[in-house]
Design a protein around this ligand. Structure first.
Ligand code: HEM
Length: 490
């Protein structure tokens, strides 16, 4: 065989191997396009015109939120759309949302399966809640780490980090800072300490940040996308994270086995290693603990950091509201007692209003696996393999339910209470799968806001491109940038 011949043969072989996944992907997309057309023909709901073979009805020239708003204007609050190859019922109708989130008959579906491959198959967010799933028992055991008494134990951690953050901000007085970056580092260090991994290396932190940034990866919409992210593209980061967390877990488990009952410091690692089902005596395995802790990192760090960034932005741009916040927090001492946090009702109202206008999780999906009747139009039954996507953002900005929905107005929340709006307000989801970290979030965020705004105030830096604008590229709603000047209050 000549050299040229050998090179030709190798090139053909390589092209064939590389071409196989592309051919498989094309067959996959064609199959789904045909399947979707037949599914949609049976569902009597409005649909957008146009669309294409690859992206379905998705309009890449627009931001996801603008596109959703346009769909709602043109098609109403329940429509059938194609997102890539997924047949989706896109809804922002509170009665439907309530029904969707209260039933156990709608599993989380294939997008969560890919997320689970990336984050760990035992993690609470991605565990399914079908008849034989272990979600219920895992959630019951995990409740021990999130009950009020456990969160009260964490107050010292919230206070200490918040105080250090306020010191840091004061030391940067009159400087321009990237608040989103600062708040992200803050919530990462708080969640690290509450989990029990506070002495993490820089490499560990960078790896977590890199993985969190993949939440919105389009790869997660395709079979094996989670696998490719976890085992190919982000293998190094996942290895760093795994080896670090497992080391902590095994050390703690060994201590327990050897009877070294080091006093529990109230960290989630401690609580999870010790947790035991009262009836069955069942305990978490090391793999389950790893996946739960990592899920807390993912679910609890950026959501909170973004909300704090919007807080800084909202007080910087609304002097009247800023003054009301100052008046309230100046009336309490710092460090705050956990039980005093409830008295900060105006801060709570601001947090509620921020989560209404900027919910980090803009939409949630569930998959239809057996015929599902819509509650508001019972003559429509959705066939299996359709995905229901509930637009939380759509409901939060709907003028049928909110006066001047585009206006930031904390006074719409009476005494910080969200109950009055519970049917249209669901930044934490709703029903049995509602966010387990909700009380953790309110305690943490209220403490941080109190500590920092007792000492400093913020002014938006003029002329910065995209300052305070919304981005949804990472899969969760966040500010594109929040650049502020820090000013000492006294
Ligand atoms: C602003 C703050 C937060 C928001 C807006 C938020 C939002 C949500 C939403 C929408 C869900 C439902 C997800 C789904 O069904 O796919 C959820 C679930 C969850 N969240 Fe949060 N979250 C926040 C803070 C936290 C914190 C601080 C933690 C933990 C430290 C946490 C842990 C979890 C967990 C473990 C679940 C899964 C619950 C289950 O399925 O049983 N979250 N969260």
């Amino acid at each position: 065989m000549t050299l040229v011949h050998a090179i030709e043969t190798t090139a053909i072989f390589t092209a064939t191997i590389a071409g196989i996944p592309i051919v498989l992907l094309i067959i996959y997309i064609i199959y789904h396009n045909i399947h979707n057309r037949s599914l949609f023909s049976k569902i009597n709901l409005p649909a957008p015109k146009g669309g294409n073979f690859l992206s379905g009805d998705v309009d890449f020239s627009r931001d996801f939120l603008q596109w959703g708003a346009q769909l709602k204007r043109e098609l109403g609050s329940i429509a059938k759309i194609r997102i890539f190859h997924f047949p989706v019922i896109y809804l922002s109708e509170p009665e439907e949302a309530k029904a969707v989130f209260s039933t156990f008959n709608l599993p989380k579906g294939s997008m969560y399966t890919e997320l689970a491959t990336l984050f760990g198959v035992h993690g609470l967010v991605t565990l399914d809640h079908g008849p034989h799933s272990k979600w219920k028992s895992q959630r019951a055991l995990l409740n021990q780490a999130f009950k009020v008494s456990a969160i009260r134990t964490l107050q010292g951690i919230f206070d200490r980090h918040s105080q250090a953050f306020a010191d840091r901000l004061e030391s940067m007085a009159d400087q321009e800072i990237d608040f989103a970056k600062e708040s992200s580092l803050l919530t990462l260090s708080i969640i690290s300490e509450t989990i029990g991994v506070e002495h993490e290396s820089g490499e560990f932190v960078n790896s977590v940040i890199a993985i969190v940034s993949q939440l919105g990866s389009p790869l997660l919409s395709f079979p094996y996308g989670g696998y490719i992210l976890r085992y190919v593209l982000y293998r190094r980061q996942m290895t760093t994270i795994d080896s670090f967390i497992y080391k902590m877990i095994y050390e703690k488990m060994n201590d327990r086995k050897q009877g070294k009952l080091a006093p529990s410091n109230g960290s989630m690692l401690d609580i999870l290693v010790d947790a035991e089902d009262e009836e069955t005596g069942q305990k978490f395995t090391a793999e389950e603990i790893r996946d739960h802790l990592f899920t807390f990192f993912i679910a609890g760090h950026e959501t909170t950091a973004n909300t704090l960034s919007w807080f800084a932005y909202c007080v910087a741009t609304n002097p009247d509201i800023e003054q009301k916040v100052f008046d309230e927090i100046d009336a309490v001492d710092f460090p705050v007692e956990h039980d005093s946090l409830r008295r900060l009702t105006y801060v709570q109202s601001c947090l509620n209003e921020i989560l209404r206008m900027y919910p980090p999780v803009v939409s949630l999906t569930r998959e239809v696996t057996s015929p599902y009747k819509l509650v508001t139009t019972p003559d429509i039954t959705l066939p299996p393999s359709v995905t229901i996507m509930t637009s939380i953002f759509g409901m939060h900005r709907d003028e049928r339910f909110w006066d001047e929905p585009e206006k930031f107005d904390p006074s719409r929340w009476k005494n910080g209470d969200a109950v009055e709006h519970s049917h249209v307000y669901m930044p934490f989801s709703a029903g049995p799968r509602i966010c387990i970290g909700k009380n953790f979030f309110y305690a943490e965020a209220t403490t941080i806001v109190t500590a920092m705004l007792k000492r400093v105030r913020f002014e938006l830096v003029p002329g910065v491109k995209d300052n305070g604008l919304v981005s949804t590229h990472s899969g969760i709603l966040k500010p594109k940038v929040i650049k502020v000047y820090v000013r000492k209050r006294f």
